[in-house]
Design a protein around this ligand. Structure first.
Ligand SMILES: [Zn+2]
Length: 331
């Protein structure tokens, strides 16, 4: 066998090397796989959920699916196109199509069943890949009628459109709705009904899901418990009343960042890069840095709504910036 420099391995060299070591084999690995492919490919999707204990409570991450957000350069328009494209390519992400997950979460405190953010519902504004929350909940054995409260991070279409059905029925018939007053007031302000374009789409979705629940609305306050074991942390900027939450149970904690931290790589390495959906870019940057500093200082594990499923990990300081280290799932 000829000596092969490991650093020079490409596929052609790899197979030549493997074949030299497999003299006498009748089928190459590729031929063997073809011979076994007797069944039609299944182009369906799993109802992804992930359950784990948090102290004496239980958390279930329930996927609403994925959003197709388009080119990365459109999402970070202030960063030079070459720079942002090179950044994501170096992390094996496609620069022409950014995909965000939708990680809703159910927190079972033993006393209350709480849903954080409700997915995009029936809207196909960001492709056909999201809107699967109800299917996922059913697969995870969680009945919508058992949910006591829906707590919102903010009023964007991909976080609140699963509250109401397309025909204006409550999908969680027994749930209170909880969010920051600033956020509720912003999206339900009559003056915004004359909005146009994408902002109109956002306003319409927020009004359709919030206004029918006005009679069951409770406001959350900064630093206070929304319900036992759920502390609200105001993180304005992405939207005016954006709120993150710390879940606490039996001495364990988990920080839900919401969209204060939205991109699994960029938000950490370049927390000062403005995201196009941030209503107040400077405020969003300040909130993002403060929240990540808090996660580091308090050694708080976090979950990102838009991170790769299930979106849980830890934050480390990395020079002036941060680093996200995903936690393995315990299956
Ligand atoms: Zn979002």
């Amino acid at each position: 066998m000829t000596a092969l420099k490991i650093s020079s391995l490409n596929r052609r060299a790899f197979f030549a090397f493997a074949a030299a070591g497999a003299a006498g084999a009748t089928l190459s690995p590729i031929e063997a796989r073809k011979a076994l492919a007797k069944e039609a490919m299944k182009d369906d999707k799993s109802a992804a959920w992930y359950r784990f204990p948090l102290g004496d409570a239980e958390v279930t991450v329930v996927s609403d699916g994925v959003l197709a957000l388009g080119p990365i350069s459109g999402l970070y328009p202030k960063v030079p196109k070459d720079e942002i494209e090179a950044f994501v390519k170096a992390r094996f992400q496609a620069p022409d199509m950014t995909v965000f997950q939708e990680n809703s979460l159910v927190f079972n405190t033993g006393d209350k069943l709480i849903l954080f953010d409700s997915g995009i519902g029936g809207s196909k504004a960001f492709g056909p890949g999201a809107g699967r929350l109800q299917t996922t909940l059913a697969s995870a054995g969680i009945k919508p009628e058992d949910v006591d409260a829906i707590i919102l991070t903010h009023g964007h279409i991909d976080h609140l459109s699963g509250i109401m059905s397309a025909d204006a029925k409550r999908l969680f018939p027994n749930a209170q709705l909880m969010m920051a007053k600033t956020e509720f007031d912003f999206w339900t302000d009559e003056a915004k009904t004359s909005a146009t374009g994408v902002f109109k789409m956002l306003v319409d979705a927020a009004r359709a899901n919030l206004l029918p629940n006005k009679d069951r609305l409770e406001m959350v306050e900064n630093g206070k418990e929304a319900v036992k074991g759920v502390q609200a942390v105001f993180t304005p900027g992405h939207t005016p009343g954006h709120t993150s939450y710390v879940l606490n149970a039996g001495g364990k904690s988990l920080l839900l960042t919401g969209d204060a931290v939205s991109h699994t790589a960029i938000s950490f390495r370049h927390p000062d890069w403005a995201f196009s959906f941030d209503a107040d870019p400077a405020g969003a940057v300040a909130s993002r840095k403060n929240l990540l500093d808090m996660a580091v200082a308090d050694n708080l594990p976090i979950i990102g709504y838009h991170f790769p499923f299930p979106g849980i990990g830890n934050v480390a300081k990395d020079g002036e910036a941060f680093r996200f280290v995903a936690s393995p799932m315990t299956l």
